[in-house]
Design a binder for this molecule. Structure first.
Ligand SMILES: Cc1cc2nc3c(=O)[nH]c(=O)nc-3n(C[C@H](O)[C@H](O)[C@H](O)COP(=O)(O)OP(=O)(O)OC[C@H]3O[C@@H](n4cnc5c(N)ncnc54)[C@H](O)[C@@H]3O)c2cc1C
Ligand code: FES
Length: 233
């Protein structure tokens, strides 16, 4: 079984459009690319939602999330000093590898790559954002948030167009599946962070099952990070 904690929200701010940054108290040992299961203390929310670790320090762990449905909408309404339920951290996270790494994000797929890039100074982070989604001011806020991780933003078009993959030994990617599939075809050493619906987050319900290397795996337990060449997209 797992231990659910009730932690205090230190802040929960709108960053751009539907994107929020929330910091929750607690001192956790985490690996970059892992996730927590979060739930608002609201009767209408029964299942916890998986959200990646954006950043972590001795005061707490922060999450960058976009509002998609009911659960994330409830998160967006929470205020400083409210409490939230969580358990984790879970998942394998991104591997520690020798050589230069390109990190490629599509949209909110940027969330798990911030800490991953901060902990790997030999990396460049590329973030693709759909055109027209955010104002210039909001894009500036996102750029400021990612300052210090060698980040380049591509607004509109394909983020892969601005990357010289030959310069890199490894590639990490997170975002829409079509983007990750395209990235996995452009380099032999790609690691993808898969996003599947999750019921439990701890390997008990099978809702996150998918095929990797011809075998059924659980994204919550065996992933979410897998070798791109092994994923059956
Ligand atoms: C390991 C992992 C890490 C994640 N990290 C983040 C993160 O850091 N930031 C972030 O914003 N989101 C992240 N997500 C996605 C996030 O969990 C979902 O957006 C969230 O659960 C949606 O909950 P909801 O109640 O708001 O929406 P729901 O009402 O559950 O769904 C709203 C819409 O989103 C779709 N949807 C919901 N969950 C998923 C999913 N997992 N994959 C594809 N489509 C989905 C539904 O089909 C529906 O159309 C992560 C998911 C996984 C599996
Ligand atoms: S979410 Fe239940 S097994 Fe993965």
């Amino acid at each position: 079984m797992f231990q659910v904690r009730e932690e205090e929200i230190l802040f929960n701010e709108k960053i751009a459009g539907d994107i929020y940054l929330m910091k929750v108290s607690g001192n956790y040992e985490v690996k970059a690319g892992q996730f927590f299961m979060l739930k608002a203390k609201d009767r209408d929310m029964t299942l916890f939602r998986p959200i990646s670790i954006f950043d972590c320090d001795s005061y707490g762990v922060s999450f960058l999330y976009s509002v998609r449905g009911k659960g994330t909408e409830l998160f967006s309404k929470m205020k400083e000093a409210d409490t939230i339920l969580l358990h984790g951290p879970y998942g394998n996270g991104f591997p520690k590898l020798e050589g230069k790494t390109a990190m490629v994000a599509g949209g909110i797929g940027m969330a798990p790559l911030y800490l991953t890039a901060r902990r790997n100074s030999n990396s460049d982070l590329y973030i693709g954002i759909r055109e027209g989604l955010y104002s210039e001011e909001e894009i500036n806020t996102l750029e400021n948030l990612f300052e210090g991780c060698n980040t380049k933003f591509k607004i509109g078009g394909l983020v892969t167009e601005i990357i010289d993959f030959k310069k890199y030994e490894n590639v990490f990617t997170c975002g829409p599946e079509v983007m990750m599939q395209a990235v996995a075809e452009l380099h032999p050493n790609v690691y993808v962070s898969l996003e599947k619906h999750m019921g439990c987050g701890v390997g008990a319900c099978l809702s996150c099952s998918c095929k990797v290397s011809g075998k059924m795996v659980k994204v919550c337990k065996d992933g979410p990070v897998f070798k791109g060449t092994e994923v059956n997209f």
